[in-house]
Structure formats: C-alpha cells, structure tokens
Design a binder for this molecule. Structure first.
Ligand SMILES: *Cc1c(COP(=O)(O)O)cnc(C)c1O
Ligand code: SF4
Length: 448
C-alpha cells in the first residue's frame, strides 16, 4: 500500500529542517546555503525521503540534481556570496550581491524570449511560443514553478524572480484565439516550470476548452512535466488526483491524444512504488508517456545510466523520446559535458538496447535555429567533423539535411561550433537572420 504524502517544500528558508542534512558538516551546509542564495533551491519530502540515497552523498545523482554544490559557482563568485553572508548583510543587500552574480550566469540563453512569440492582429500573444509549424508551446501562469528545482535548470532565472513574466498566458487567454486561427497547429504542448504543479481546477481551465469544435485541428495535447519524477503523488493520492485522472480520461476519449512528456534524469526516479503506481494509473486510461532529459555531469553522464534508464522505461511501457544537451546557462560549467562525449554516451547506450529503446533521438540541442541533432563524428576529406542534422527547424525545409561543423573537443553547445570543409557559414544562417530580423521589426513596431 502506498501511504499518501503531503507535499512539503524545502527552500532556503527552512533548509535546516531537513533532518537528513545533519550528516553534513557545518561548513558543507553553509556551502549549500551560500550557493542557494544565488541559484534557486527547492526540494521536497518525496525527493529527500524516497529518491536520495543519503549514504551515497555527495555523489548521489539526485542529491546532485536538487542540492547545491559549492563548485556550481566559480571560486570568486562563491567567495563573494560567502563573504556577504558572513558580514551579516541584510536581505536586500544579499539579494543585490546575488543579482550581480546571476548576471554573470547567462540568465536568458538563446534569446528565444522574443523570437518565438507569435503575433495576432499585429500584437504579440503572451504566454505562447510558436517556433515549429505544428506545435505551439503554452506557458500557463500557474505552472511556472516545479515540485522541486533541478540544479542545472535553464529556467532558473525565472525561479529567482529575474525574468519578465510577460512570458505567461494573460487573463484574456488570447492564446486560445491564436490557436483557433492557426489550423496548421496539430500539437499544443503545455510547459513551464511544470504545468502539473497546477491544481485540478486550473489545469481544467486550460485543457477543457481545447475539446471544443473550434480546436478540432489540435490532435495532440502534450504536457511537459517532471511531476512523475518529483511528485508522483499528484496522480495517485493527492486530493485532486482522481479529478485529474478523470480530466485526462475525458481528453483521451474525445478523440485527441494526451501525451505526457516526462522528464526523467536517472533510473532512480523510475523505481519507487509511488512512481510505478502513477505510471500504471495513467496508462490504464491510455495516456502515453514519452521521456526526455539532458545529459548532465554528476547526474547521468554515462552510457550505463542511459541504457539502463531506457531499458527500465521500455519495461514500464514508456517511450524514450529525446536525449538533450545541457544548455549554456546557470551552473553550466559544473554540469556541462563536451559534445563529443555526449555523442559517445548516446552511441554507447544505443548499442546496448533493443529497437524498442531506439526511439530515443539525440543528442539534441534546442538552439536558436532549431533542434539540432549530433548525428555522428567522422572524417570528410581529411577533416574531422561533427555531422549535424535538424530534427526541427525554424524553416521546416532545413529538416534532415545533414551538415558539418568542425570537430572541437571543447565545444559544449551549438554556439561553439564553426562550419567545416572551408565553408564560412552554415547553410541556414542568412535565412535565419532574415527570420529573426523580421520578428524584431514586428516587436519594434508595437513597442512605440
Ligand atoms: C522541442 C520543441 C517543440 C516540440 O518539438 P517535437 O519535435 O514535436 O517534440 C516545440 N517547440 C519548441 C520551441 C521546442 O523546443
Ligand atoms: S523540472 Fe524542468 S523546469 Fe523544473 S527545475 Fe527541473 S529542469 Fe527546470
């Protein structure tokens, strides 16, 4: 029997109340708190009690995934924050120091804040992104936080209040009007944060309207969520869990597909009785669960972890979907894995699994021009190159045209890559600039 749990949040304010942390020295706890003044910290009682193996810290992957480590900041940054705390600065001053450090951590990567925002009647539509033709991302206002925070999260800036939340849906829900008019859109993907932090009634307000006939062109409703890994009780014992399952069932029987895009970073997250129950409950009503995660140093940077994770997922009826490359923001230098290594992890893991797990595509970088996959490392005309490929492009015509970048062992992100074989630019660059300029001009017009 699964004992219901009441969601208990641990933040920087009550971190000392986590009894398990007593195994750490005073200094180690100070280190966690110091980094947590800069990067957002949030854990919960499920993560602390059921996922982290406290006999294995600090190397335990889920401890690394949710608890700050001293080296997540550069020495100078850490020392600056530590000194501010030791000098007894007040809350406002501490926050100023934190903000100075945050600015050094590339808080808004990939400039996607404006480039992906679509227009309706010459005005931007808040709370959605439309980058790829078939799929619109929706950022519901109530879903911009998570049950726990990943230490590597690329949305960290938003969790420390350092981002203009013009990015979330507004009260008028203009995004629905946009969706009605855009018949090319077959998929709506709710994302965040984590939309599954929302209560049943909020969730329903977003999902149910899409069942009306004006939205017949929308065939797939996806929810990007870490809830299965961080709070599976959402689907089994929380007080609104039955209503949520009913709502999902209603969508499934309406003729649309509901798909959960489950963010799983490690096999550990698939093992507890609670997550297994949650998965089977969702599956019992026909919901498909696809899985994705970036490769993260200290958490899952090994082929062994990935092949085990995929096998476990297939065994549970989940569908491996994307292996991502970690983005260039936040504690990036702590978590980043060079592209050639990420590719090796993918290839080695791929080798070890049957075809049912080979639905996992990657390694993928969600970069400004599109979703770029590293397809291989080969030699062409005596030059070592990365073979790249778009899985999604701002222009759909770019998709699945292999192109080359110079091999570079230091490269950790798409922006580090240079064209190979004597080319001076990538084939899509001019067109990309055109698309981005056009969008910028549209924004410039409404700004006056
Ligand atoms: C990944 C992503 C999608 C979904 O792409 P699929 O390949 O359909 O899963 C949609 N929009 C944006 C901006 C994305 O990054
Ligand atoms: S679950 Fe996703 S959005 Fe939430 S903290 Fe983790 S990576 Fe960030």
């Amino acid at each position: 029997m699964i004992v219901p749990k009441k969601w208990k949040i641990y933040s920087i304010n009550n971190i000392d109340r986590i009894p398990q942390l007593n195994v750490l020295s005073e200094e180690e706890r100070f280190n966690i708190k110091t980094v947590a003044k800069v990067l957002p910290f949030r854990a919960n009682n499920y993560v602390v009690e059921e996922l982290i193996d406290w006999s294995k810290i600090p190397n335990d992957p889920i401890f690394q995934l949710t608890f700050m480590q001293k080296d997540m900041l550069k020495k100078a940054q850490f020392n600056k924050m530590a000194k501010a705390i030791k000098d007894g600065l007040g809350a406002r001053k501490l926050n100023e120091v934190a903000n100075e450090i945050r600015e050094e951590l590339n808080p808004h990567p990939a400039g996607q804040m404006t480039a992906n925002v679509p227009f309706l009647d010459d005005k931007p539509v808040s709370g959605i992104q439309h980058k790829y033709k078939e799929t619109v991302l929706v950022f519901p206002t109530g879903g911009q936080t998570c049950h726990a925070y990943c230490t590597f999260c690329f949305r960290w800036a938003q969790f420390v209040g350092n981002s203009d939340l013009k990015f979330v849906t507004d009260e008028s829900n203009r995004f629905q009007e946009y969706l009605k008019q855009h018949k090319e859109v077959s998929d709506v993907l709710f994302t965040g944060g984590d939309p599954m932090v929302m209560s049943y009634s909020k969730l329903k307000a977003y999902l149910e309207p899409l069942l009306q006939p004006e939205f017949d062109h929308i065939k797939n409703i996806r929810i990007g969520t870490k809830s299965l890994a961080y709070w599976p009780y959402k689907y089994i014992t929380d007080k609104d869990s039955d209503s949520i399952i009913e709502l999902f069932e209603k969508i499934m029987t309406s003729g649309k597909q509901l798909a959960l895009m489950g963010h799983f970073s490690h096999t550990v997250e698939l093992k507890t009785p609670a997550v297994r129950k949650a998965i089977s409950r969702l599956q019992s009503i026909g919901v498909k669960i696809r899985t994705q995660s970036p490769v993260i140093k200290h958490v899952n940077d090994s082929a062994e972890v990935w092949s085990n994770m995929w096998k476990e997922q297939v065994n549970l009826g989940l569908i491996p979907y994307y292996m991502f490359v970690e983005r260039n923001t936040g504690a990036k230098s702590y978590f980043e894995v060079p592209l050639y290594k990420v590719f090796n992890i993918y290839q080695e893991a791929f080798k070890k699994v049957s075809g049912l797990s080979r639905t996992a595509r990657g390694p993928v970088m969600s970069a400004t021009p599109g979703k770029v996959m590293i397809d291989g490392i080969i030699e062409v005309m005596a030059e070592k190159v990365f073979v790249l490929n778009f899985l999604q492009g701002r222009n759909p015509d770019w998709v699945r045209k292999p192109f080359f970048a110079r091999y570079d062992e230091k490269a950790t992100w798409f922006d580090d890559l240079k064209p190979a074989l004597g080319e001076t630019k990538f084939f899509f660059e001019d067109e990309l600039n055109e698309i981005l300029n056009k969008k910028e001009n549209m924004f410039a017009k409404v700004a006056v």
